[in-house]
Design a protein around this ligand. Structure first.
Ligand SMILES: Nc1ncnc2c1ncn2[C@@H]1O[C@H](COP(=O)(O)OP(=O)(O)O)[C@@H](O)[C@H]1O
Ligand SMILES: [Mg+2]
Length: 371
């Protein structure tokens, strides 16, 4: 088995820099997710691992081997795409077997091929369908055939490019679980591309968040959620996204504050927070509540209430901004037009520099460890 290492890898298409000096270590056996909006360079990064795109500069390694100039067929990877073209005239068994037949160099005997097809079919629960043609399968079953066709090769690394985006919501959730289970059983390195932060959060060991060809942050899903490194990550991870409002630090004898047009919030004292510094205050919807007005509350007006069944999202106009409060169904229901005080949990506050957009660390974390 192998990990994958990007060392300052850049890919340009003419004037477009699709991937910009990407440096990233993907550990052997890790489930790594590349997450970012459409056009940010995720597929290009993945296709460079596969050898389907040439590298403009930098070094890409699979395991110990530099693969910059290694042709795709010699890379020991398998790739699953969003549109998984199966051979319509072949049975499921023949489709799964096809990579072993196509790669003459691998010299897999026919007994071995049959055994591997059975094994792959068993892993993906396809044994009942081996004699069917793709046209006789559901979308989810066809996607599983595409996965079986990838695992039959026993690659060092699996590459997947938005493999679930053609499935309906229910099947997507189910296949997500299957993929996580598959990864656990195989123990192979997975590199998985998606623009869907829920997929990334639920499946990844670590997420690499990319914007505009540049790596923004790499980390375990919970770590990235709790400590987004910049405003891009803060806005991309989490749904509804983190609320933000611009403000200014005020250091008084009574403490350190961020004054915003909608109210003042107490923040931890920190050498980073000098009097007068401009900041962006961030707070996630679940760390805001509607409560009694105090000197340190944000004041807003309820604009809309979305009933989600298990919870409510209360959309408020707060100064020039909008903020969403995530509420339990047990809380009193606000009415549209109500003037409300929004109370932010002190442990749920994030501060960012408005110019660099980087997170401002303000001292010990909740666990008491330095940031
Ligand atoms: N073959 C290509 N020729 C020219 N530009 C390309 C090519 N492939 C991708 N790009 C450009 O590179 C950028 C990244 O694309 P891509 O990696 O497909 O993004 P993503 O998968 O994150 O949506 C985009 O601006 C895209 O238009
Ligand atoms: Mg893509």
């Amino acid at each position: 088995m192998s990990g994958v290492t990007f060392d300052g890898v850049t890919k340009q298409f003419g004037d477009t820099v699709a991937v910009d000096h990407l440096s990233l270590d993907i550990a052997d056996g890790e489930f790594m997710v590349f997450l970012g909006p459409s056009g940010c360079g995720k597929s290009t990064a993945l296709r460079m691992i596969a050898g389907l795109e040439e590298i403009t500069s930098g070094i890409l390694s699979i395991g110990e081997r530099v693969v910059n100039h290694v042709p795709p067929r010699d890379r020991d990877i398998a790739m699953v795409f969003q549109s998984y073209a199966l051979y319509p005239h072949m049975t499921v068994a023949k489709n799964i077997e096809s990579p072993l037949v196509a790669n003459k160099a691998a010299r897999v005997s026919s007994e071995e091929r049959t055994a591997r097809v059975r094994e792959a079919a068993a892993i993906l629960d396809l044994e009942k369908y081996l004699d069917r043609k793709p046209g006789e399968l559901s979308g989810g079953q066809r996607q599983r055939v595409a996965l079986a066709r990838a695992i039959v090769r026993r690659p060092e690394v699996f590459l997947m490019d938005e493999p679930l985006s053609n499935l309906d919501a229910k099947l997507r959730t189910q296949t997500r679980l299957e993929l996580v289970g598959l990864h656990r059983r195989l123990g192979t390195t997975f590199v998985y591309v998606t623009h869907d932060q829920v997929e990334a959060m639920t499946m990844a060991d670590r997420i690499a968040i990319i914007s505009d060809g540049r790596l923004q942050q790499v980390g375990a899903p919970q770590a990235v959620y709790e400590k987004p490194r910049n405003l891009f990550v803060a806005g991309f991870i989490g749904s509804p996204p983190m609320n933000t409002v611009a403000g200014q630090v005020a250091v008084t004898e009574g403490g350190t504050w961020v004054r915003t047009p909608a109210g003042t919030v107490a923040v931890p004292a920190s050498p980073e927070l000098s009097d007068g510094r401009e900041v962006v205050l961030g707070v996630r919807p679940e760390h805001l509540s509607i409560g009694a007005d105090t000197p340190t509350a944000l004041r807003g007006q309820v604009e809309n209430v979305e009933l989600m069944g298990h919870e409510r999202h209360v959309l408020c106009t707060v100064g020039e901004s909008r903020m969403v409060v995530r509420q339990s169904n047990h809380d009193a229901t606000p009415s549209i037009g109500d003037q409300v005080a929004l109370i932010a949990e002190s442990t749920g506050l994030h501060l960012f520099d408005p110019v660099s957009t980087e997170r401002i660390e303000t001292g010990p974390t909740e666990s008491g460890l330095p940031a």
